[in-house]
Design a protein around this ligand. Structure first.
Ligand SMILES: Cc1cc2nc3c(=O)[nH]c(=O)nc-3n(C[C@H](O)[C@H](O)[C@H](O)COP(=O)(O)OP(=O)(O)OC[C@H]3O[C@@H](n4cnc5c(N)ncnc54)[C@H](O)[C@@H]3O)c2cc1C
Length: 318
C-alpha cells in the first residue's frame, strides 16, 4: 500500500481546513500528517478525527519562523527518511512557495492545484483547471516517487462522516540547514477574518466600489455573513485595496460556498480566481457585464443601494 503523507499548516489552535478535506478524501488509506512546529489541541483532535494515523511534528532551531529553505530542507529529509510515496498539501501561499522546491530536490513530479483526485489502489490521478479555469485537465504523475500533489482549498469539501485514525503524535527533531534569506519581521494582519483561500463566504469589491472608504459597506455585509472581503485587481492597482485581498489570476484563487461580486465586471483574469465558487452572486449596474454570464444570481443595480439594503434584510433574519 502506498505510503501517504499530508503536510499541514497551523491556523490558530487548529490546522487549515484543506488538510481535513484531503484527509477525508484519502479515507481507506493509512495516512500520516506532518507539521512544522507544535499543533494546538484542536488541530490534533481534528487530524485524528479525519483519519490521521501518525502526526509528526518537526521541530528545530531556525524553524520557529517560516523560511522557504528551512522548511524545504527539513521536510525533504523527513519525507526521504520516511519513504513516502505521495505527499499532499493544500495549495496555500506557503505551500506554493515550498512544495515545488521539495519536488525539485527529489527531481520528482508534482500535480498542483488539483480540485479533485482519486487514488486507484496505489495510483494517483486528479483533475485541475487550466486556461483560467476554462477547462479541466486530467493529471497523472510519472517518474520516481515521492510524488507531490497540492489541492485547492474548499474544492473537495469536508467529509460528513470522517473515519477516525489513531492520531499518534510524534515529535521529530529536524534540521533547517543553511538559510540564506531570513525573515526579520512578520507583521500580522489586524483582521480576524478567515484567509481568502480558506473562506467559506467572500464579499468582493471591484472598481464600482471606487475607494477604500466605501469598503465599509462591504465590511458590514461581511461581518453579518462571517465572510472575508476580497477585491479585484483594478482596486489593488489603484491602491484602494491591499494586494492580499486580490482575487484572480495574479491574486488568490478561491472556491467559497458563496461569492458576492460587487461592482466587478467579470474580466477573464478575475474569473480565473473565483469561477469555482459554488454560488456566485453579482451586483452590477451594467446588465451586459460578463460577470452575469457566470453568476447564479444577478442583481442589476447600484451597489451603494443594493448592498446596504441586503445588509438590512439579513439583519432581520441572522
Ligand atoms: C496579466 C493580467 C493579470 C490580471 N490579473 C487579475 C487578477 O488577478 N484579478 C483581477 O481582478 N483582475 C486581474 N486583471 C485585470 C482584469 O483584466 C480587469 O482589468 C479587472 O479585473 C477589472 O476589475 P473590475 O471588474 O473591478 O473593474 P472594471 O472592469 O472597471 O469593472 C467595474 C464594474 O463595476 C460596475 N459598476 C460601476 N459602478 C457601479 C455601482 N455603483 N454599482 C454596481 N456596479 C457598478 C461597472 O458596470 C463595471 O462592470 C489582470 C489583467 C492582466 C492583463
Amino acid at each position: 500500500m502506498a505510503k501517504i503523507l499530508v503536510f499541514t499548516e497551523h491556523a490558530g489552535d487548529g490546522v487549515k481546513n484543506v488538510t481535513l478535506e484531503i484527509l477525508g478524501k484519502l479515507e481507506g488509506h493509512s495516512v500520516d500528517v506532518a507539521a512544522i512546529g507544535d499543533i494546538g489541541s484542536d488541530g490534533l483532535t481534528n487530524l485524528a478525527k479525519y483519519g490521521a494515523e501518525n502526526i509528526h511534528v518537526l521541530k528545530g532551531g531556525d524553524l520557529d519562523q517560516y523560511s522557504p529553505e528551512g522548511y524545504a530542507n527539513s521536510l525533504k529529509d523527513f519525507i526521504g527518511n520516511g519513504g513516502y510515496d505521495y505527499v499532499f498539501a493544500g495549495s496555500t501561499s506557503l505551500v506554493k512557495d515550498v512544495m515545488p522546491r521539495i519536488a525539485g530536490m527529489f527531481d520528482a513530479g508534482m500535480a498542483s492545484e488539483v480540485v479533485n483526485f482519486v487514488m486507484d489502489g496505489d495510483t494517483f490521478s486528479g483533475t485541475r483547471p487550466m486556461f483560467a479555469g476554462k477547462c479541466l485537465a486530467k493529471v497523472e504523475i510519472e517518474g520516481p516517487k515521492p510524488h507531490f500533489i497540492t489541492v485547492r482549498p474548499n474544492a473537495l469539501g469536508m467529509s460528513d462522516s470522517p473515519k477516525a485514525g489513531a492520531g499518534n503524535k510524534n515529535d521529530v527533531s529536524a534540521v533547517a540547514g543553511e538559510i540564506k534569506a531570513k525573515i526579520k519581521e512578520m507583521v500580522k494582519s489586524d483582521s480576524d477574518r478567515a484567509d481568502l483561500t480558506e473562506a467559506n463566504v467572500i464579499v468582493s469589491g471591484g472598481r464600482g466600489i471606487k475607494n477604500r472608504e466605501n469598503f465599509k459597506i462591504l465590511n458590514e455585509l461581511a461581518d453579518l455573513l462571517g465572510a472575508t472581503v476580497g477585491a479585484s485587481r483594478a482596486l489593488v492597482d489603484a491602491d484602494e485595496a491591499d494586494h492580499s485581498m486580490q482575487v484572480g489570476q495574479t491574486g488568490k484563487t478561491v472556491s467559497p460556498s458563496l461569492y458576492i461580486a460587487c461592482g466587478i465586471s467579470g474580466a477573464i483574469q478575475h474569473l480565473a480566481g473565483m469561477r469555482t465558487s459554488k454560488i456566485i452572486v453579482a451586483i452590477n449596474t451594467d446588465p451586459d457585464a460578463p460577470i452575469f454570464t457566470k453568476a447564479d444570481y444577478g442583481i442589476v443595480g447600484d451597489l451603494f443601494k443594493v448592498v446596504p439594503a441586503l445588509t438590512e434584510e439579513l439583519k432581520k433574519i441572522l
